[in-house]
Design a protein around this ligand. Structure first.
Ligand SMILES: Cc1cc2nc3c(=O)[nH]c(=O)nc-3n(C[C@H](O)[C@H](O)[C@H](O)COP(=O)(O)O)c2cc1C
Length: 345
């Protein structure tokens, strides 16, 4: 390595040192858990490439999660985490499974975890990471004893909040970054953006969409092709047609399924207004529309009617490539950005 290369590497190491130490990795880049996508192969590949893979537990039962953790441990000796959805009816048992398998990091996602869940996770000896959708909630989570936070903006794929990554970062990093490691997620597809958030005080970043087209990812070829074809503007939040019938905001690629969902809501609401359906049953019908739709897209390859969850950074995904190559590109871009700052490029 040249003296210039070593100096840039040293700068990057210092910028994300806190995140690397927290994760126990070469790079402070988390592979955000993606249901059906983030299983043993992608998680191990991300960790083996120097990042931090995270298993998406999703709706798995405890025995199924235990199997997935052990299978991942067989594929990597590097650290990885497990993402649990807080509203899972067996959350306590899932936390215990993580404890028995000596999982080093537990990520509690999908709603604010209660203090008891955070304590139970910490009592396993794992470091606990939670999502902070606003400054006030970030402070509350710190008081509950979490070890690190992810702040995820609306650019992200999957379930999203209303606030963009750049605004969340400006609200939360200046106030909280000295208290605990904070990882920024949502809309990050290149190394230059990683450097920017590190310079704002982030300990590291979390990327999801960028890893879907990894060679090692088990997602169906149709799912990957849909990512490669899509532009940023194709990844849009679910449309809600009537405030009286709320829908959960999920960012996914537009397809027949998302278009039909609009007509479906209108029809259900019409039946409700005509007295054919109770309000609560109408609401349930709307909620059930997407049941099983992510699996259908990721595993079965039905990208026409399934839910092709993707973030806006999908526009930056243009080929299937090994995880190690994705990391090499992100690193090159990050070092290039640092070189440009010092006039070394
Ligand atoms: C297909 C898909 C499925 C996801 N599933 C989950 C999940 O099960 N749990 C979770 O906490 N986040 C989930 N996410 C969010 C990612 O973990 C990550 O935070 C997000 O993708 C980061 O934004 P980006 O897509 O812009 O990189 C999912 C994202 C995608 C694209």
């Amino acid at each position: 390595m040249t003296a210039m290369g070593a100096s840039l590497n040293g700068r990057l190491d210092r910028l994300w040192q806190r995140g690397r130490a927290f994760l126990g990795t070469d790079y402070a880049i988390m592979g955000g858990a993606m249901s059906w996508v983030s299983e043993r192969h992608l998680v191990a590949a991300i960790s083996n490439a120097g990042g931090f893979g995270v298993i998406a537990c999703g709706s798995m039962e405890p025995t199924r999660l235990a199997e997935e953790i052990h299978a991942t441990q067989a594929l990597t000796t590097r650290p990885f985490g497990v993402n649990l959805i807080t509203m899972h009816p067996q959350l306590d048992a899932l936390i215990d499974v993580c404890g028995q398998a000596r999982v080093s990091h537990i990520v509690l996602a999908g709603g604010l975890p209660n203090a008891a869940a955070i304590k139970r996770a910490k009592d396993t000896g794992a470091k606990v990471v939670c999502f902070a959708p606003a400054l006030i909630l970030a402070k509350k989570l710190v008081r509950s004893g979490v070890d690190a936070l992810v702040i995820e903006g609306a650019e992200a794929g999957g379930h999203i909040g209303p606030v963009s990554t750049s605004v969340l970062a400006q609200e939360i990093l200046p106030v909280m970054a000295t208290e605990l490691p904070i990882f920024v997620a949502g809309g990050i597809g290149r190394g230059e953006a990683i450097v920017s958030y590190l310079e704002m005080g982030a300990a590291g970043v979390q990327l999801g969409t960028r890893f879907v087209c990894a060679d090692e990812c088990v997602a169906h070829a149709n799912f990957k092709q849909a990512f490669i074809k899509a532009a940023a503007r194709d990844a849009i939040p679910t449309t809600q047609v009537d405030p009286a019938f709320p829908v959960i905001p999920v960012r996914a690629l537009v397809n027949q399924g998302t278009k039909r969902f609009i007509a479906f809501q209108h029809e259900v609401i019409r039946r409700c207004r005509a007295g054919e359906l109770e309000q609560k049953d109408a609401q349930l019908e709307i909620e059930h529309y997407w049941a099983g739709a992510l699996k259908r897209a990721v595993i079965d390859g039905d990208v026409d009617t399934g839910s092709v969850m993707a973030g806006q950074s999908v526009g930056l995904v243009n080929k299937v490539q090994p995880c190690a190559e994705i990391f090499a590109e992100l690193l090159d871009q990050a070092l290039g950005a640092l070189a440009a700052r010092t006039g070394l490029s």
